[in-house]
Write a protein that binds this ligand. Structure first.
Ligand SMILES: NC(=O)C1=CN([C@@H]2O[C@H](COP(=O)(O)OP(=O)(O)OC[C@H]3O[C@@H](n4cnc5c(N)ncnc54)[C@H](O)[C@@H]3O)[C@@H](O)[C@H]2O)C=CC1
Ligand SMILES: O=C(O)[C@H]1O[C@H](OP(=O)(O)OP(=O)(O)OC[C@H]2O[C@@H](n3ccc(=O)[nH]c3=O)[C@H](O)[C@@H]2O)[C@H](O)[C@@H](O)[C@@H]1O
Length: 439
């Protein structure tokens, strides 16, 4: 069993730390955010993630998982230092590496024993080499025995623990095969394919994977828009496509487009890298443009259905960028709300988990306690995030309480025939009758 330091306690750091502890290692998770660490020490999770609290508390109790803000404490005798800090978008769409640099410099300043530096953050191709340079430069005259391994993370929010513990694959990249093999041993018990390659290739696998998934979603959204005009049903189209083993059914849900803390920043960063190195990433540009338009189309449909959005009350169900998370970073719902507010609409909203996070970024939105309060007096109801609890609502009650019975089901969650039969004007995404009549 190994001694591991995890730098950063965001989604990835916390899940990585808790899961490695659960696999029997001794893990210290470090963050520069004192409040976060203080709360973690009290057993309070900084994020909503199913199963996380249980695995954290259990491993803390067994003495395998620790939290600290002290780099010396976290790195003491650590055989591995996992960097899992944020890599947000910079001004031009590039990945901002300031936190990675700080982590690398701290390792260089503190460690005096051989160590493997494992990069789990999503970073531009070439960052592994750069991290090695940062450490070496900092240690000039007093070399440190270390290797850098890239180990991109593929977990999804909302199913993070399962994704970590039952991955489709683990990707490792390094100049030093032996170092990569040592990291591979940490994952041995997960019994999944472990691919060892070079540093830059591993870094690119992460971007290419996220960009490909985003491309699938933009592709099906484009097909959805064509379906609307031609009277086909995109859900059936996706089902029919997905039965082909070469295509597969995943990531073909048309809707409001992709959001979240990663797809938007990673597709942008990949396109930025491409342009910077003289290639023209036309497909990536189109993938991003389709995604932007997907939100706007919803607002256009609502405007057409209601005549104007000015002074109209629009209820929004779901604020998180997808179900089972309280994360609202780049959530499609927020963009739709901003567009609606720009046209004078008054927005009410509810989300099962993201209300706290939404409060500060949506000062003009009336946040209410239940889906039914969202519907009350509304001129239209928009389903922006397909939480399970929205599947079975009392639509009779909703119909009675709305000012105008207009439903914009932007995640294709509900049954159009049933709702239309009840008297609702229903619009979905890519489902035949989904465009309001012209004029
Ligand atoms: N959120 C996700 O589902 C996934 C994220 N990733 C990648 O993993 C990386 C981390 O993402 P998140 O966990 O979402 O980030 P986050 O932004 O939620 O958390 C990052 C944490 O790192 C801490 N931090 C910043 N600088 C630090 C330093 N110098 N020393 C110690 N702690 C420091 C911050 O205080 C924060 O708590 C990103 O590169 C992201 O692209 C990869 C796969 C999934
Ligand atoms: O690098 C990352 O951070 C992670 O990004 C995504 O995970 P995540 O952002 O948690 O969520 P997804 O389930 O991929 O959904 C992303 C967005 O696409 C949307 N989506 C997803 C699937 C689909 O069919 N249609 C669709 O619109 C979701 O609503 C959401 O807004 C990837 O799936 C992970 O493999 C990756 O590790």
């Amino acid at each position: 069993m190994s001694k591991i330091c995890v730098i950063g306690t965001g989604y990835v750091g916390l899940v990585t730390g808790a899961c490695f502890a659960d696999l029997g290692n001794t893990v210290t998770c470090l963050d520069v955010d004192e409040t976060r660490i203080e709360r973690l020490k009290q057993g309070i999770m900084p994020i909503y993630e199913p199963g996380l609290e249980q695995i954290v508390l259990q491993n803390v109790r067994h003495g395998r998982l620790h939290f600290t803000t002290s780099y010396p404490e976290a790195l003491k005798d650590a055989e591995f230092a996992f960097i899992a800090v944020g890599t947000p978008s910079g001004v031009d769409g590039e990945a901002d590496l300031q936190y990675v640099r700080q982590a690398a410099e701290a390792i260089a300043d503190i460690v005096d024993h051989p160590i493997i530096v494992v990069n789990k953050s999503t970073v531009p191709v070439g960052t592994g080499d750069w991290v090695a340079e940062v450490i070496n430069r900092r240690r000039a005259g007093k070399p440190l025995e270390f290797s850098v391994v890239s180990n991109p993370e593929f977990l999804r929010e909302g199913s993070a623990i399962n994704d970590f513990m039952m991955p489709d694959r683990v990707v490792l990249g390094s100049l030093h095969r032996q170092a990569a093999e040592k990291v591979a041993q940490l994952y041995q018990s997960l019994r999944c394919p472990i691919m060892i390659t070079d540093l830059r290739t591993a870094e690119m696998i992460k971007y290419a994977s996220n960009a490909f998934l985003a491309t699938r979603i933009s592709f099906i959204n484009e097909i959805a828009n064509i379906c609307e005009e031609l009277g086909a049903d995109v859900r059936e189209v996706a089902r029919g496509m997905g039965l082909d083993k070469r295509i597969g059914p995943a990531f073909l849900d048309a809707g409001l487009g992709w959001g979240g803390s990663c797809f938007p920043k990673d597709v942008k960063a990949l396109a930025h890298m491409a342009v910077l190195h003289g290639t023209h990433p036309q497909l990536l540009q189109a993938v991003m443009e389709i995604n932007r338009n997907q939100r706007r189309r919803v607002v256009v449909k609502l405007r057409k259905a209601l005549g104007t959005l000015d002074q109209k009350v629009i209820g929004v169900l779901g604020l998180s960028f997808k179900p089972n998370t309280d994360d609202i970073r780049e959530a499609p719902a927020l963009e739709v709300i901003h567009l609606l507010e720009n046209e004078g609409a008054l927005v009410k909203a509810y989300d099962p988990q993201a209300m706290e996070n939404a409060r500060s970024v949506l000062p003009r939105v009336q946040l209410v306690e239940t889906p039914y309060q969202v519907a009350e007096g509304a001129d239209a109801l928009v389903l922006a995030t397909e939480w399970n609890e929205f599947k079975q609502l009392d639509f009779e009650q909703i119909y009675r309480s709305m000012r105008q019975p207009v439903i914009m089901d932007a995640r294709n969650l509900w049954n159009p025939d049933q709702l239309r039969a009840m008297g609702f004007t229903y619009f979905g995404i890519g489902r035949g009758n989904s465009v309001p009549p012209k004029g």
